[in-house]
Design a protein around this ligand. Sequence first.
Ligand SMILES: C[S@@+](CC[C@H](N)C(=O)[O-])C[C@H]1O[C@@H](n2cnc3c(N)ncnc32)[C@H](O)[C@@H]1O
Length: 260
Amino acid sequence: MYLCKNDKMGETYQRIELTPGEFSRLAAKCLAAVMKNMEFESLLEVGVGEATTLCDILLNLQKEKNVYGIELSLSRLYYAQKFAKQKGVAVHLAAGDMFSLPFEDNSIDLVFTYYCIDAHRGKERQAVEEMLRVSSRYLILVEPTYELGNEETKRRIDEQYYIKNLQETLEKMDVRILEYRLFDVFTQNNNSAIIILEKMDKAEKKMEKLFYACPVCKKKLAEHKGNLYCDDCFNLYPVIGRIPVLLKDNAILCSKYLEF
Ligand SMILES: C[S@@+](CC[C@H](N)C(=O)[O-])C[C@H]1O[C@@H](n2cnc3c(N)ncnc32)[C@H](O)[C@@H]1O
């Protein structure tokens, strides 16, 4: 059973029966509707999982964008690769960590999460700061909400040790909160909020080609012999099954790599 915002009755929610697939497609449609009002050329989902939400967002946007997905689990990324191919959408996927993203500062217009920060209680600020570093304009978070959620959601968040007080954390940060409201669709015991943030010092939209950056020093990575390499800290990042693994804990030290 899901709860969905009732368009005709403002802020009320109605119960609806959906399959998990229908729920995911509806959530993607609602997120795409929000994104349609924003100006961006490049998009990054942090914690992309198997790209189910991201692919449906792109199908709803119906506009060509430069799209990236970052995820901790390599096996989930292989499913994401397969799913994106089935759906006919182009997404650049890489293994990476939300807390040390493999992108330069201000390199992506719109960064978003869909249920990714939730399990990182106590590290909300660190996660948001890192995503704002990479974003040149906007950050959207769709995450479980203790503050706006019902009693069942509050109980679940306490049991699972999920994040709390995100609004309070954000209010202490140097960022503009454009919107903070209940999201349009969620489950009875996992009510989520959508938070739209705008950077104070918005950069121009980036049109040029985007390169991955070293998750340690944030400098552009070079492609060499099918892998990615940081000439600054001599870290080699392997590309496995066409997916770059840009995790600092898995970097291979190889100071002479470019000589081979
Ligand atoms: C609940 S799933 C949501 C997946 C996806 N957003 C979707 O809509 O299907 C959360 C995902 O975030 C990923 N994740 C959790 N912590 C992460 C981190 N520190 N960096 C990158 N991904 C992370 C998990 O591996 C998981 O795939």
